[in-house]
Design a protein around this ligand. Structure first.
Ligand code: NAP
Length: 275
């Protein structure tokens, strides 16, 4: 019997998740279907509960509903609990459980696909919104030497750092909040763009010398040559977009739902060709 899944968002028409999960299902012989499920801004919970009542087994959740999904979950995995955001819901044994696979997806893409070991690295995270909250704990678990969070609204970066300080192995000065202007003179091995600035064809203002030799610039936005990617190329950094993270976080969700781990590399390669 076919099991039903969906991605819920507003908007959701652009989502690649159905293609990714269809590829995973073919590869692993799992009998599932996976559709796009648009929800009105004031109708997330009702949309999800109807999908469940109709027999759905789980959903992925995208913008702007990840916090609402956290609230809807009756129990939550540790990463999701700390992040305050859920991107994967499971309907099982009469319960709704919530997970956040974004951070594991990012770390898998960096370490496995891009061969970038996070341990002892200096990391700059740009942005202090839902995406940064979602990835922070798995990123810290990979034991970088330093994590600096920069944000246009500094107070939000400060709250985020205070929120995660109690879960971090880093000493007090190993995880800090900064304005972009204060970054002059500092260098990082990895700069992650977790802002939505690229969607408006903008980027936070960064000093030219921000990348250490051999540094990696990672843009969570995928499939686009964003101003941040162009800036990084101009200043000699290696670049990566967020397509790998998207596929890796989907693989984690697929594993949670189906108990089978799909191979991600052929799916990433296929989507790259189609882009
Ligand atoms: P969000 O909660 O709305 O936060 C947006 C962040 O971007 C805030 O920190 C905001 O700063 C900053 N920002 C927006 N415009 C800016 C500008 N012009 N200059 C500087 N900073 C700006 O969004 P989110 O959920 O964190 O998502 C961020 C991005 O990550 C999105 O593009 C999303 O598509 C992407 N994402 C990708 C994946 C993946 O799998 N690849 C997964 C999750 C998210 P202020 O606080 O100052 O407003």
């Amino acid at each position: 019997m076919t099991d039903h899944y969906a991605v819920v968002g507003h908007p959701v028409a652009h989502s690649l998740s159905p293609d990714i999960h269809a590829a995973f299902a073919r590869q692993t012989g799992q009998d599932i279907d996976y559709v796009k499920l648009p929800a009105p801004l004031d109708g997330f919970a009702a949309t999800v509960l109807k999908f469940r009542a109709d027999g759905g087994k789980g959903v992925n959740v995208t913008l702007p509903f990840k916090h609402e999904a956290w609230k809807l979950a009756e129990e939550r995995a540790a990463d999701a609990e700390v992040a305050g955001a859920v991107n994967t819901l499971v309907f099982k044994d009469g319960k709704i459980s919530g997970h956040n696979t974004d951070g594991l997806g990012l770390v898998a893409d960096l370490e496995r696909n891009l061969q970038f070991a996070l341990r002892d690295k200096r990391v700059l995270l740009m942005g202090a919104g839902g995406a940064t909250y979602g990835v922070m704990q798995p990123l810290l678990n990979a034991r970088p030497r330093q994590v600096e969070v920069a944000n246009r609204t500094l107070a939000k970066a400060q709250s985020l750092v205070a929120h995660f300080a109690r879960f971090a192995h880093l000493a007090k000065d190993g995880m800090t909040a900064q304005s972009y202007a204060a970054l002059a003179g500092t260098q990082f091995d990895l700069v992650i763009n977790a802002t939505s600035a690229g969607l408006q064809d903008e980027m936070p203002s960064l000093p030219a010398g921000i990348f250490a030799a051999g540094g990696l610039a990672y843009d969570m936005v995928y499939g686009k040559h964003t101003p941040f990617m162009k800036f990084a190329q101009k200043h000699g950094a290696r670049t990566a977009d967020g397509l790998g993270m998207l596929v890796e976080q989907a693989a984690e969700a697929f594993f949670i739902w189906r108990g089978v781990r799909p191979e991600t590399r052929p799916v990433i390669e296929k989507l790259r060709i189609e882009d």
